[in-house]
Every structure is written in structure tokens, then in C-alpha cells.
Ligand binder design. Sequence first.
Ligand SMILES: [Ca+2]
Ligand SMILES: [Ca+2]
Length: 411
Amino acid sequence: MLVVLSIAGSSCKQEETEWKVAADFASVFKIEVYADGLTNPTFLKFLPDGRLLVSELNDGIAVIPAGGGHPQRWAAATGPEADPLNPDDFPVSRPGNGSFQSGLMGLAVDPDFGSNAFVYAAHNYDRTPPCKACGAVNPYTKWGRLTRFTEVDGVGTMPTVLLDRAPAADAHQVQDVALLPDGTLLLAVGDAWARDDAPDLDRLNGKVLRINRDGTAPEDNPFFDPRSPDAPRSYVYSTGHRNPVGFAVTPEGSVLVVENGPIADDELNLVTPGGYSGWPSTWIAAGDPGELYSWTPIVSPTAVVMYVSDPGRPADFGSAFDRVLFVVTFGSETGLQSSGDNKKLLLMNTRGTGEALSVDGPPRHFLAGPPIAGEQPLGVVVGPDGALYVTVINFAGGPGTGRVHRISPAD
Ligand SMILES: [Ca+2]
Ligand SMILES: [Ca+2]
């Protein structure tokens, strides 16, 4: 800890950046198992009282007690008998019914959770019988949905559909959900492997959507039909997204998203209202709009968070980490069930705010290889104590065995 503080207080920029690398990790940070016994954990969010909600890909939402420990079920996926038309069901893609990446993803906690106990979950479900509402001809294998839960007696109840039937497919699906400072929600929706849908304003796939917390479209969303200017606005907030996975929202309300590219050009993008992320036309071109950084060869980023230092927190990383980005990479062309060392937590410095936000590339390895060799990180959040919390698949524990790690300054 002394090392952190002494260097963090230094005016030498070079020193500050040198030690933010994996080789120095063990001397400056410690990593510990915060919770074990999860199954394919994806995204995670803290409740105001310190409990931690974790999405489990095909199983539902788990809750971990404040301070860590054994996960309990908070909301169970209904299972193969789920009926998307039954308001009591919580349909989620089943294992083996599509790729390992499809199912329950992002979570958001209502800013008024203390009074309304609302939690939002982004999930996908199989578009096979018993989906009675599905059309006769549709190329999409899944639907994406945004559901609101109400916590009662420590569990999620009353699943309420806010948005449904976003076209989805294996992996290219509904992913993260984020809360903006104005109280609206953003939903990341992949292109459902239908690239020409991404710029099409009549389709919800290949988009970032903006939604009021009651499920309506905000009146100041950017797109509307000029023939019916008084009709409700489109949910579409930005277009041309290929596979946007994880959001980060800065304190000023700027929105970042990591997106998976095709054979090249994974991207970190600044999302703007009415913006176009380039898929499929300009994705790999120089000057691709909104792009802050791109990776070739691909690294498959899944999550990103902006760290905002607050020295009053017990596990704060210090001022040298103020406004850095932590980016989780899923690994390139290896798949979930391999354990290559290209699964990492990267660190990027940022400059500026708003539309002038930029990053200093290339990213550095914050955490790579040991001590997470053999583990697959997927989601990351900053806890109320200032520590980082990362979901991982632990290959040594058997298929799908998952954990949450806590990363904090070393004593
Ligand atoms: Ca792009
Ligand atoms: Ca690009």
C-alpha cells in the first residue's frame, strides 16, 4: 500500500504508468476469492446495502452477501418450460441451445432502489416453441428482453417486461444494460448475425437502445418518423453496432461501449445520440466514427468500467488510477473452454470529458496470466469500497464453475 501511495503522489508520469502492469501486480495488489460456487457468471452490480447481484448465464440472478460468501438464488430462470407470454416467467436461453454466450447478461440497479426496490436485467431466450408469439418466418434464433424485478424479502419478484423481442442470436444478442445520470436506461443489442439490420432504423438489433424505466421511449430520443412527428420516438439511440457487449458510463454521463469486431477491429467506442458505429460499412476504415481504440488482432472485449478514485474508500486504488478504464478481454479465437493466457484485464488512461474524451493507447496489462491463469474473466465493476470485482470462469473447478474475485491494494 505504501508503494501505491508514494508513487501515486509522484509527479513523474512515467513512474505512474510503469507499475500499472501485470509484472508488478503482486507487489501492489492482492486478489482474493470473494464468492465461489457460481455457474457461468457474466455481469454483476452492487445493491446499495453492499450485497452483490451476479447474472448466471442460464440459471438466473444470484446474490452474494455484503462482504462476500456463498451465493443464494435471487431470481431463478424459469427453465425449458418457460412461456414468454406468461408474465410470471423469466425465460432465459438454455445451455446447449446455441452458443455458450447466450442468456442472462447485464444488470442495473434503480437509483431509487431504496424506495422502489427495482432491478433491471437484460436477457435472451430461445425463439423455439413454446414461443407462441413468434412469427412464421424469422431468421433470428432468440429474442432479447429487458425485465424489471422488484425485490421483496431479499429476492427478485414480479418480473415485468419493459422491452421485448429484440432480434437476437447466439452471442450477437442483448448484452449489457446501463443507467444514465438522467435516469434512462441504455441497452446494448448485437446484430443477431444480420449485418444489414445494424443501420436499419426499423430493427432493434445492431443498436444501442435508450428506454425510460417504465418501458416507454424517451421523448428526446434522436430518431422519429418525420411523417408522424407526434408519434412515440424510436427506442434507437445509436446505430451500426455489430456486437456491443459492455457499457461504461463516466461521471459526466458519457457512454463507452466495447464491441466485438469480425476478423479484425474490436472496438472501444464513444456512444452518442444519433451516432453510427460503422457496422457494416465503415467498421474497418480509418476514421470509423465514435471509435476511441481498436484491437487487431481481436481480443474480444466483454466489459469496461471507468475507475473514479475516492480516497475516502478503504480499498481505493489512489489518484494515479483516477479515470482509468479497466477492460476485460475474453480472449481471441479460443472459446470459453480453453484457458489461454490471452484472457486479461487491461488498463487504459483517458483524457478529457464529454465528446472530447480520448484514450492513450495501447492498453497495458493490469492482470494477465498468473494469478488468473486458467480462468476466464467476463465482467467487472468497482465496489463501494473502491475494490474491483471481476467475474471469472474457473476451469479447474469444472465446466461452468464460476467465481467473483476481489482486487484491492496490497496491505
Ligand atoms: Ca466502428
Ligand atoms: Ca473500426
